[in-house]
Design a protein around this ligand. Structure first.
Ligand code: IPM
Ligand code: MN
Length: 339
């Protein structure tokens, strides 16, 4: 390690297994030799239930000053109806994605031994600030027999282009040098047309990248039947959300799936989080699989420029490739021991 700078990391452990898996991730980062200084923020379902607080401008501004944000998982237990849907999702997670302009959701996958997609490696580059997530729409004549609910999908040339450009840049560097646009251009003819044209235009600058297109429904079949078709998948916010759960399932379960909510321009911190949820049912039992959080921390180090440490952690996770029923503590020992 040529330099010994210390990174300021905001830690949002969250709910359920979130704090446990994030603790493991921090332990692994420290074992890799990277120096971090952490500040914990209590945000999420438990905090909301205690004092009604989700997130405010001052906290967003405070978070903006960190080098990175590491999040565990946020959400109430299944069946707990005290928090209306959207309060935490829109109020916390999406608010951070929008406020910090985390316009890429990067989710790399690698099929572990015994999984449907064993041996295949691909990534989803999901647009992370637009589409149906943008919040366009509303309800008219609420609660009447004539009510109207609209929820539009926002697709700007600026937003689509910066996402597609990021995906091509990743595809260029990937083993397969292949990019697949996933959309539903036969039905979503307006948004699909914009995405297709932008992929064609930007693709002209990346002549070494093979470009393909799949409808999202067909992509669901291919991900299960022939995942090796994929290198980098680029897609909109909602399709990317759905496809990344499917991709997680076929590559070994979302217990492994890591994600990076990136501000590639580095005008502020990026946010790293496992794809899985809070899993309250196993919280505190020592059974949580911390590998998704560990891999998310590796993505954080890569983004911070600590590529060597990131690669060592990723390699340790891959080599372990193992029995996640061992429990959190044993898995942690396995990873730390390989660093
Ligand atoms: C994800 C999650 C979020 C999303 C939810 C919690 C808002 O499912 O990160 O994939 O839909 O983006
Ligand atoms: Mn999701």
């Amino acid at each position: 390690m040529s330099h010994q700078r210390s990174y300021r990391v905001a830690v949002l452990g969250g709910d359920g297994i979130g704090p446990e898996v994030v603790d493991v991730a921090l332990e692994v980062v420290r074992a890799s030799g990277v120096v971090i200084e952490t500040t914990h923020f209590e945000l999420g379902a438990a905090r909301y239930l205690r004092d009604g607080f989700v997130l405010d401008d001052a906290t967003v501004e405070e978070l903006r000053r960190f080098d990175a944000i590491l999040l565990g998982a946020v959400g109430p237990a299944i069946g707990d109806t005290r928090i209306p849907g959207g309060v935490l999702e829109r109020g916390l997670l999406l608010r951070l994605r929008f406020a910090l302009d985390l316009y890429i959701n990067y989710r790399p996958f690698r099929g572990v031994a015994g999984s449907i997609a064993e041996g295949s490696e691909f990534a989803i580059v999901r647009e992370n600030t637009e589409g149906p997530y943008a919040g366009e729409g509303g309800i008219l004549r609420y609660g009447t027999a004539h009510e109207v609910a609209t929820q539009g999908s926002v697709n700007t040339r600026f937003g689509v282009e910066r996402c597609v450009r990021h995906a091509f840049a990743r595809a260029t560097q990937s083993r397969q040098a292949k990019l697949t646009l996933v959309h539903k251009t036969n039905v979503l003819t307006f948004a699909g047309d914009l995405w297709s044209r932008v992929v064609a235009e930007v693709g002209a600058e990346f002549s070494n990248v093979e470009v393909d297109y799949h409808h999202v429904d067909a992509a669901c079949i291919y991900l299960v039947e022939s995942p090796e078709r994929y290198g980098v998948i680029v897609t909109d916010n909602l399709f990317g959300d759905i496809l990344s759960d499917l991709a997680g399932a076929v590559t070994g379960g979302i217990g492994y799936a890591a994600s990076a909510n990136l501000n590639p321009d580095k005008t502020g911190p990026s946010l790293f989080e496992p794809v899985h949820g809070a899993a309250h049912d196993i919280a505190g039992t020592g059974r949580a699989n911390p590998l998704a959080a560990v891999s998310s921390a590796a993505l954080m180090l890569e983004h911070l420029g600590e590529v060597d440490a990131a690669n060592r952690i990723t390699r340790a996770v891959q080599e372990f490739n193992g029995d996640v029923s061992l429990g959190t503590a044993s898995i942690t020992q396995e990873i730390v021991g390989r660093l």
